[in-house]
Design a protein around this ligand. Structure first.
Ligand SMILES: Cc1cc2nc3c(=O)[nH]c(=O)nc-3n(C[C@H](O)[C@H](O)[C@H](O)COP(=O)(O)O)c2cc1C
Length: 512
């Protein structure tokens, strides 16, 4: 139940949270929630007393003399991850700003902070990135990377990186619409941003390692966020080979900042299940973070049973990542047209492109072991030369394994809460995870890893689709119905993300 005042719930196990926030026909039909437009939260965090430090608007890759990262690189990465890429003006003059990455409800509850050493044109410090004016605001002077590295239990990439980005969610900015399910959206919506970030970093040849395992308190204290309302979700170490901060000597004391921010709305409601789930997946110490990292594992894929359809060539013409991100915008409708098999190859491989992340295990490199915590299940409605039906992607074979053939548009349309988008899309891509296994091996923190991985994979599917001239949208779903639909293959797996792909009902962007 939402309340205006915060109250304590005991920490909640991730599996319990996931179970409690499943959509079903019953939960949707009996939900009395309505949108209180008068109380809609601001989609930005605005530090009202701090002067903005404008970022360069020149978005080409920077070229500092040493080849090291500079502020132009940072600006480019931030823009394509979280920048405003489109503005819609309504007849009453109100403006809505759309961002580089898809976000549930366009509510933009994810913020990015930057911790860096001295960079050309930017002093070492801890900064907040404001997409509204494309500026940084300095929260702390000095090099705080050692604090972050220490909190991760000396994860080597953080200690070695000149820049670390820290992603947070302010719950109310999303729970206003989605209530307790907003905690899932913390990972969905930071994951789509991470797909962009990792894509641009890869194109620029910048090392980028995602770190989900860290002691939560020291990072939240460093950012000085009110953890009843805003929490850190993930860190990304950018670049390599910079002077390693000394993590053995005590870090300078972290004093509270008490900085003013613009109120988000007249009233903020508290959904205690969100805080309880976050507490249940928090790590208490750097040592706990180090041990958690060691718990990563490779899953064994089940034997192939259905017929295999090997994936072939990808489209020869693709948009580069920057153009793809700027053109991306979730499809509001699809037309029922065939898409080519080559785009399906691009999409499946994009989802499974390696992610350098602390939850990915390098161990046990057997060909039938998957480094991912998620599997990709597909409903093919209209793919040229591929029978309509359901499939699972086999990364070990680079092939689609047929689960069931037949027309599934009706089922697809039901599974996304009865929206027509999934029925009309040519392809529905579900990321699903065996959460019992993940949480058994990696505890509730493993849930965060599985959730963010799924969203990165789903975000990459978005990007792959647009780079091939198609359109895509994230969609929500009836959890247990999806599992049942893909069973027996998917029995016991939780649904983590859905991206529908097809030809847009309006103005399909052309490649080139
Ligand atoms: C995980 C996820 C789930 C989404 N679910 C839905 C949905 O169920 N229905 C819908 O119409 N749009 C859905 N969207 C699309 C968002 O509404 C869209 O991203 C947002 O309005 C921002 O617009 P843009 O993606 O065009 O920039 C979803 C997006 C994401 C990332």
């Amino acid at each position: 139940m939402p309340t205006g005042a915060t109250h304590q719930l005991p920490p909640m196990d991730a599996l319990e949270y996931h179970q409690r926030t499943k959509h079903s026909l019953y939960s949707i039909q009996t939900d009395p929630h309505y949108l209180d437009w008068e109380n809609q939260p601001l989609p930005f965090k605005v530090y009202s007393t701090l002067e903005g430090i404008p970022l360069p608007r020149e978005l080409n890759r920077g070229a500092s003399a040493s080849g090291a990262l500079d502020v132009q690189d940072l600006a480019r990465l931030l823009y394509y991850t979280a920048g405003i890429t489109k503005t819609k003006v309504f007849p009453n003059g109100a403006e809505h700003h759309f961002r580089a990455a898809a976000c549930t409800g366009a509510l933009y509850h994810i913020d990015i902070y930057v911790a860096c050493t001295n960079l050309p044109s930017l002093e070492a410090g801890l900064y907040h990135f404001g997409p509204h004016d494309f500026a940084l605001r300095r929260l702390r002077r000095g090099d705080w990377r050692g604090v972050i590295a220490a909190a991760t239990g000396a994860e080597p990439s953080i200690a070695d990186a000149p820049i670390t980005l820290l992603f947070t969610s302010t719950f109310w900015r999303n729970s206003w619409k989605y209530q307790s399910r907003a905690y899932r959206h913390c990972y969905w919506d930071s994951g789509t941003m991470l797909a962009n970030l990792l894509g641009v970093a890869a194109a620029d040849d910048i090392a980028a390692r995602l770190v989900v395992g860290f002691a939560d308190n020291p990072i939240n204290e460093l950012l000085d966020v009110d953890t009843e309302k805003e929490v850190s979700l993930a860190c990304v170490a950018l670049g390599r080979g910079h002077q390693t901060p000394d993590t053995t000597s005590p870090a300078p004391p972290i004093t509270p900042l008490g900085l003013e921010t613009t109120p988000l709305s007249g009233e903020e409601l508290d959904y205690s299940a969100i805080r309880a789930a976050h507490a249940g997946s928090s790590l208490a110490s750097a040592e706990a973070a180090r041990l958690w990292r060691e718990s990563s594992f490779r899953r064994h894929l089940p034997p192939v049973i259905g017929s295999l359809h090997r994936l072939g060539e990808e489209p020869s013409e693709r948009l580069p990542i920057e153009k793809t991100i700027v053109r991306r915008g979730s499809a509001r409708s699809f037309v029922r047209k065939l898409i080519s098999q080559s785009t399906v190859s691009a999409i499946a491989r994009a989802a499974f492109t390696d992610i350098d992340a602390d939850f990915r295990s390098a161990e046990g490199d057997q060909p039938t072991a998957s480094p991912t915590l998620n599997d990709l299940y597909l409903i093919c409605n209209a793919v040229d030369g591929l029978a309509s039906g359901t499939y699972v992607y086999r990364p070990d074979e680079d092939a689609l394994e047929l689960l069931r053939s037949g027309d599934c548009r009706g089922d697809a349309g039901h599974l996304d809460l009865g929206q027509s988008l999934a029925a009309d899309a040519s392809l529905n891509c579900y990321l699903m995870s065996d959460l019992d296994q993940v949480c058994d091996r990696m505890g509730s923190r493993g849930y965060r890893a599985a959730a963010i991985e799924a969203a990165i994979m789903g975000g990459r599917i978005y990007l792959a689709a647009y780079s091939c001239g198609l359109a895509a949208t994230g969609l929500t779903f009836f959890d247990d119905d999806v599992t049942h639909f893909f069973s027996p293959h998917a029995a016991g797996k939780g649904v983590m993300f859905l991206t529908a792909v097809g030809k847009s009902g309006k103005n399909t962007p052309s490649v080139g």
